[in-house]
Ligand binder design. Structure first.
Ligand SMILES: N[C@@H](CCC[C@H](N)C(=O)O)C(=O)O
Length: 257
């Protein structure tokens, strides 16, 4: 079976994207693993299908490279860019994702401003934090982020009893000057460090607000720069959360399954 695909990257988080508006595509876990495999397939952190939705601009089905599903912030930004290339949206868009409906704006120079769903609580676990920004995220603040053993330490927390059976993504965050943070993420479903994680940097920015950082927080990841805007309440909830950053189509082609 020959399938047409588009390859996207959003601050280095990379995705295979397919147009499934005719509803003919569906993949097994093994097929998703093969498409996303960096030696035997196209290679990607995740696979996205853009589908019709009865009332919103489109439906987004997101799969991690192991076939599991969750909300992907960077993937959602890339999907909005792709939907605009397909002519499904013009500037402002609405779509259904894993955690519910979202809206987004396509700003100039391929920057997408994605509205995230409200966050109702941040749990304190020792000196660390846990919250859900559409996907579950554990946050640990560290001093020397560039040297930190992200995969080794991330894997321990991801598979720890506290987060069974679903597991969690794990973010290591260094507080920098000028309201800026550096984030490195171990991603569940990829089971490795990725170059960027949108829901992860969103969680990191909200946790950084508990340490005095204010909206918008500027974020550095291995794959580039992002920012997160939000409003916080005295009761510890967050609303009006936006993830802002670039997404780019890298190439398109046909793959054989
Ligand atoms: N890369 C994503 C997160 C994708 C989902 C995550 N791996 C999970 O399963 O929780 C992002 O940009 O948010």
């Amino acid at each position: 079976m020959k399938l047409h695909f588009y390859k996207y990257q959003a601050t280095g988080n990379d995705f295979v994207v397919m147009d499934n508006r005719e509803g003919k595509l569906s993949f097994t876990k093994e097929q998703i693993e093969k498409i996303c495999h960096r030696k035997f397939g196209v290679g990607a952190d995740g696979l996205m299908l853009i589908e019709k939705h009865p009332s919103l601009n489109f439906n987004l089905e997101y799969f991690n490279s192991d076939g599991s599903q969750s909300l992907c912030g960077n993937g959602s930004r890339a999907a909005v860019h792709f939907a605009s290339q397909l002519g499904l949206v013009n500037g402002h868009s609405t779509f259904q994702a894993y955690d519910g409906p979202h809206s987004a704006e396509l700003l100039s120079a391929g920057i997408i401003r994605l509205k995230m769903n409200d966050v109702k609580e941040i749990q304190l676990i020792g000196d660390d934090y846990f919250l859900n920004t559409g996907s579950p995220h554990y946050i640990r603040f560290v001093d020397d982020i560039k040297q930190y053993p992200v995969v080794e330490e991330g894997r321990k927390i991801r598979y720890s009893n506290a987060f069974k059976p679903g597991g969690t993504n794990v973010n290591f965050v260094q507080l920098l000057a000028d309201n800026t943070i550096y984030v490195r993420t171990y991603e569940r479903g990829v089971e490795d460090e990725t170059l960027s994680c949108g829901t992860g940097v969103t969680a990191a920015a909200l946790a950084a607000s508990l340490k005095g950082y204010s909206s918008p927080v500027d974020i550095k990841v291995i794959g580039g720069d992002l920012s997160v805007e939000f409003k916080s309440s005295h009761s510890g909830t967050f609303s009006e959360i936006f993830l802002v950053g670039p997404a780019k189509m890298v190439f398109e082609g046909d793959l054989e399954l």
